[in-house]
Ligand binder design. Sequence first.
Ligand code: ADP
Ligand code: MG
Length: 563
Amino acid sequence: MPAETFEFQVEARQLLQMMIHSIYSNKDVFLRELISNSSDALDKLRLETLRDDQLDVDASDLHIAIDADRETRTLTVRDNGIGMTHDEVVELIGTIANSGTAKFVQELREAKDSSASEELIGQFGVGFYSSFMVADEVTLLTRRAGEETGTRWQSDGEGTYTVETVDDAPQGTSVTLRLKPEDTEDKLFDYTSPWKIREIVKRYSDFITWPIRMAAATGEEGAEDPGTETVNSMKALWARSKDSVTAEEYSELYKHISHDWTEPLETIRMQAEGTFEYQALLFLPSHAPQDLFMQDHKRGVQLYVKRVFIMDDCEALMPTYLRFVKGVVDAQDLSLNVSREILQQDRQIEMMRRRLVKKVLSTVKDMRSSDPEKYGTFWKEFGRVLKEGLLQDFENRDAILEICSFASTQDEEGLTTLRSYVERMKEGQEQIFYMTGESRAAMESSPHMEAFRAKGFEVLLLTDPVDEVWVQSVPEFDGKQLQSIAKGEVDLDTDEEKKEVEAEREKQQQEYAGLLTWMTEQLGEHVKEVRLSSRLTVSPACIVSDTHDVTPALENMYRAMGQ
Ligand code: ADP
Ligand code: MG
């Protein structure tokens, strides 16, 4: 069959263009990306053989091989993993499936200068396409394990690619890069140099659990059979002693499992011995992924059993409100055949999850006191998600409340915690006052705020949609009730003041009785009641809902949802 020519999907084409003309300074990472894909492919193959022992595949010597050829200026990364079918190649390599990518490409095109686009690339990570930073032609030859025929994909990254069926492809995938000429001239970018390759593999991929082989350094030019050497140490980081692992090694593992190119914000290590032994290595990312609030977002905790990769996105290990946590959990006493369904019901997994959750929450708490700036980044990126936990995780509600931060009338820029709010509460104040709304400015100019400002009461300003919801289900913090200032009667006065106000109101009520009755009649259906209020100091009137009514913003939200 002749080679068919396909066009890249629009987003893919734009992304490729940016790779081809990329000035991304850290081009070495293309090799990390190819190795990472190979490693995933080997994991998947091993998993299939574990699940189905009738499978007709060769899993006897799973590995990654790197071949460099100085003469032809090519570099090949090969694996004998799961491979891809013809359709998978078109689907996975020709299009970008990730829902956040279109948005990313748009941002990248709008980036004003090279350093802005460099930062964006670093934040997003571009996987396989990063090959085009160093190559002007990429050839991918692959055969899905168990299939008869293979597929050859080739492209110069300029809009189209060709795909053809081949009969003699080995199982797995090989990616061959024809390196750009300018890179071989500059010593720093000579990716055919064994030293350079070894250095990159060591730096970025040492922990990969599959052997990464390359022709052994012989010292002697042109030796007959140079043999091969394994470049990486293959030791799982979570199985090594704490002191022997460097921050850089952790960060590379993080990048491998998260497909993120930026450094993790925090690394968490846990170890449990005894009847149910496991090791966990968790990461808090330094930025939220684009699809954090999308339906198909995956949780980033991988499950291993005795160093063998079992599954990505293990939902039994992390609740949805911690879906941004990435990492690895390696359990000793599970079956390699364990399924998602079994995990969901396993009591020990449940216990492990509870410990992981507590550990993540306490890490954030420690971070807040030891490194407020880091905590600030965390909160800005993930606070909105974490607050979902107030609705989902009753057991840890207090721990979550402890690490939440909110805008407040107390501070124009910074955020406050509930704990420090409570410490600042005025003599005799019994409730924590808050208001929910679309923006700080809108709330500050709200008539509801007047009396509180006049009397010097601090009010929390909650602007996230999720705030509307959790405040309804969290009754109190530290024994102090949470009270919306936009609902019902809020009592701000001392007893002394109250008596005076009562007398005054009584007087006014009689004075204005005629007017109030008239207004109630005029407004008719639109209001429940018109009454004199003590809460306003400047505005002539405001609308107040009953304590149990929904707030105006939530009313809007429900209305938008057609309810
Ligand atoms: P990501 O790894 O983040 O999914 P990539 O651009 O690196 O994105 O790869 C896209 C997809 O192509 C992978 O998810 C995988 O399905 C497939 N793929 C890439 N390289 C290989 C390989 N060596 N073997 C099998 N599949 C691969
Ligand atoms: Mg990848």
